[in-house]
Write a protein that binds this ligand. Sequence first.
Ligand code: ATP
Ligand code: MG
Length: 674
Amino acid sequence: MAEERIYEEFEHYLTPPSWKDRVWEIEEYKAFYEETIKDKENLEKWWAKWANELPWFKKWNKVLDDSNPPFYRWFVGGETNLAYLCLDRHIEEGRKNQLALIWEGEPWDEMIRRPKEIRKFTYYDLYRRSNRIAYALKEKLGVKRGEILTFYLPMIPELPLYMLAVQRLGAKHSIVYSGFSAFALAQRAMAAGSRIIVTADALYRNGKIIPLKEIVDEAIEICEEKGHKIEHVIMVKRTNRAAIPWIKKRDIWHHEFIRYISENARIEPVKLGSEDMSYILYTSGTTGAPKGAQHSIGGYAVGLYTTMKLIFDIKETDIYWCAADIGWVTGHSYIVYGPLITGTTTLMYEGAPTYPGPDRWWNIIERYGVNVFYTSPTAIRMLMKFPLDYVKKHDLSTIRIFHSVGEPINPEAFRWYYKNIGKENIVASSTWWMTETGQMLTGHFPGLGKIFPLKPGTNGYPLPGVKMEVLDEDGNPCKPGERGYFVITNPWPGMFMTLYQDDQRYIDVYWSKFSKDNKWRFYTGDFAVKDQDGYLWVLGRADDVLNIAGHRVGTAEVESAMVMHPAVAEAACVGKPHEIKGEVAFVFTVLKQGFVPSDELVGELRNHLRKTIGPIVASDATILLVDMVPKTRSGKIMRRLLKAVITGQKLGDVTTLEDESAIKEAEKAYEYLK
Ligand code: ATP
Ligand code: MG
C-alpha cells in the first residue's frame, strides 16, 4: 500500500473566505511554534504570558518545577481558586451582569414550538447561588478543604453550581456520568472515599424520565457491603416523579438543604496552592478499566484559559456551546471551568440531540445565535444520517468556529459539517486531547489572529508550547508520512498530576514506554502520523492498529475510507488474526437510513475500500453489516469488544458500554457469517 495515499486523497486545503487575508504560511506558523518550545526558558515564558492574564491571590515563584519527573508542578508558590477565577474575579472586574450560563431543558412544547424550560444565569447569579450551596455544605455537613464529594448529576444547572461550591471550599469533586450503572458509581465513590453523593431524582432523556435515585441507593448498598459508608445524599428535584425511595436520616432534597440559608450567605474562596487538587475524573474506559486522573488548579486554569483563547478564539460577547456532557472531561474543562474563566456565555443543553426531532441542535444554534460550537464525531455522523432539510430550515450563520473532539474525525464528516453547517466559512478542526491532558493540545489557533489552511480529517498542529512527536517502536522520530506512536515530549500546564492514589500506575501507563536517558516522554496510547506539512493525524489507538503483512494501518484510516461511501453511516475496524498475513481487516459497518443490505452492496463496499485505501487492506477484508456498533457512553467506538467477539475472547470491563445489545448484535451477525 502506498504509505502516503490517504493523505493525498484527503489533502484538500480549505481556507474560509473570511480568513483569506489572515493565513499563515505553514512555515511561518512553524517558526512561531518552534520558538515557543525551543528550550525551557521559552516554554516558561510562553505559559507565564498566559498565566499573567489571570488574577492570582499570590503569584507563583516558579513556572515549572521539573525536579521530580514525571511529577511536574506548575506555577509553584502561586495561590488561586477555580471558583474565584470563574466567578468572584468577574464580579470584582465589573462583569457581574454578564450572562454566564444559559441552560435549556429537554422537554419541548409542540404548541409554541419552544422548549418548556430555559434558565439564564448572570455571573452574579452563579456567584450568589454557589455561595449559598457552599455555605450549606460547610455549615450543615461540615464539608472541609480536601474532602472529595461524588456527583451523579444530569445536565442541570445545579451540577456546575455544586462544582463551583466545592471549589470555593477547597473541597474536590469526582463526577460520575449520570448514565453509568450502580456498580460503576459505587466503584468511583469508594475510590474517592466520598461520604456525600449529590444526585437528582431523575433525568430527562429522549422524552423519557429516567430514574437516578434508585441507582444511587443500589450503589450505596454496594459501598456498604464493602464497608464504605455514604452518610448523605443530596438530591435535586428535576422531575415530578412520585414514590421516590427515601432514607430519612441520609437523604435530603437540595431545596430543603438550602432553604434556611440566607441568599446573601458568603464564603470566601479558600486560597489554594496552584498544585492542590481540583478534582478527579475517570477516563472513558474505551480501552480498558478506567483510570482516575487527578487534576491541579493553577496549571489547569492556565491550560484552559489559553486554549479557550487560542482554539475557540473566545470573546466575552460570544455565545459558546460545547454539546458534551459535564460527566466527561470535555464538559468539565469546556462547559464549566474553561468558558467561565474567560467570562464568556456558556450554553448547556440537557437532553438528546434528536429530541423532539433531528434538528433540535440546529434549532438551539439558531435561537441563541451560537458563535462557537464544540461537539464529537459520533454526534456529527449521527446527524448526517438525516435529510439535509433539517439543517436547511435553520439560520446557522452565527457560527464562526466549530471544532470536534473524542475520536478521529472522518474527512467525510468534516466536509459535511464544513459545508452544510459552516457554509464553508468557519474555522474547524479536530482538537486532540485526553482526560489526562486536561486541556486541548492540538487543533487550529484562530486566536493567534491568523490560521493555517484547514485539512479535512487532521488534528491540525500541536498547540504552541506543547511538543509532540510521532515515534517508532525504538523511540526514534518517524519520517513525515510514517505511522507511529503519538508522544508528548514536554510537560504542559493542564496536565493531570497523577492517577489518584496510584503514582506507580501513573508512571507505568504513561511514562515508561518511551522515557529513557532521563528524558521523560508521555505516551498517549494513540497511533498517529505527521504529514509532509507537519499536520498531525491521529489514526486510532495503538493497541487497535492493524498489522497486515507488515503494513501498519490505523483503524481510523480504514473507517474513514468506509464512511466516504454514500451508503455508510459508520464503521468500526478491528484486526482478525490471519495465518499468512498476520492480520486482516474486519469491518463492522452500519448503513445509512434507506440502504438495504445485500451481497452486491458488500461487494461494492469492498471495491470502494480497494480504491480508497488500497488492495492490501481490501483484499482479505471482511465487511459485516450490522445495525449498530458498541460504544462507550461518551460515544466512542469500543473496538476491543468487537475484537473479543471475532476472536472468541472474554469481553473484559464493560461498565462503560452504552448499549449491551450492540454486542449481542455483533455476536449474532458474526455467528451468522461463520
Ligand atoms: P480509556 O483511556 O479509559 O481507554 P479514553 O481514552 O477513550 O478511555 P478519554 O480520555 O475520554 O478516554 O479519550 C481520550 C482519547 O480519545 C485519546 O487518547 C484519543 O484516542 C481519542 N481522541 C480524543 N480526541 C481526539 C481527536 N480529536 N482525534 C482523534 N482521537 C481523539
Ligand atoms: Mg485513554
